[in-house]
Design a protein. Structure first.
Length: 195
DNA sequence: TTCAGGATGTACT
DNA sequence: GTACATCCTGAAC
């Protein structure tokens, strides 16, 4: 399966957000790989988006990563407890990114992910735990062992990257983003995509 | 199955 | 001091 190259990320943020759906997030882990299918994303576009940390090109130590070249991982702490994973998009200097909101574990990856999330093996998961394994941005980071130490990581490398399995496009749902009620007019931008 | 409330720490004002 | 791109728990239905 081909790995996505920098050209993929160096494009319009909303195109990237939609095309990431159905592709596979790959994380090197314990000598092997954790592989998850991407099912929900959101776009954030700093030049015009009050929901983006780098709105109006605001540079701070935290947002510096958003100005890096496309194909960089932007990872930050939210609500004091959870990490969120983003893919930086568009040319260097444009603070834009795609937030990964939800993924699905492949069968072979379920055991280590269940251990990361609940400290048990996959066979011990309740149906409730299985349903809530990776269906949120904080959950998928916890499940895949991703945290702020990986902020700025190159997504073209071996630690963390995306595989294109060549699956045909399926219908994509479009709607408002979640958890950004403070963002005034940007609250209504239809920049959330899911399968 | 849904809902309210609390946890928790960093960034920024 | 305030706000935050969230998640979990427990209680009510």
């Amino acid at each position: 399966m081909p790995k996505l190259e920098r050209d993929f990320y160096n494009r319009d943020t909303l195109d990237v957000a939609q095309e990431l759906l159905g592709k596979y997030l790959v994380r090197r882990w314990d000598g092997g790989w954790l592989v998850c299918r991407i099912t929900e994303t959101e776009g954030y576009i700093g030049r015009m988006d009050k929901a983006c940390h780098a709105y109006n090109y605001k540079r701070t130590p935290r947002t510096e990563t958003l100005f890096a070249c496309a194909g960089t991982a932007y990872i930050y702490l939210i609500y004091g407890r959870y990490d969120c994973l983003n893919m930086v998009t568009e040319p260097e200097g444009e603070p834009c990114a795609v937030l990964l909101r939800a993924v699905e574990a492949t069968e072979a990856s379920k055991d280590p992910i269940a251990r990361n999330r609940y400290g048990i093996c996959a066979a011990e998961l309740s149906t409730y735990q299985e349903k809530n394994l990776l269906n949120g941005p904080g959950k998928l980071c916890r499940g895949l062992g991703i945290n702020r130490k990986q902020n700025g990581l190159d997504l073209i490398g071996d630690e963390l990257f995306i595989w294109d399995a060549g699956e045909p496009p399926t219908p994509i749902h479009v709607g408002k983003r979640i958890g950004i009620d403070y963002a005034e007019e940007a609250v209504h931008f239809p920049w959330r995509f899911w399968l």
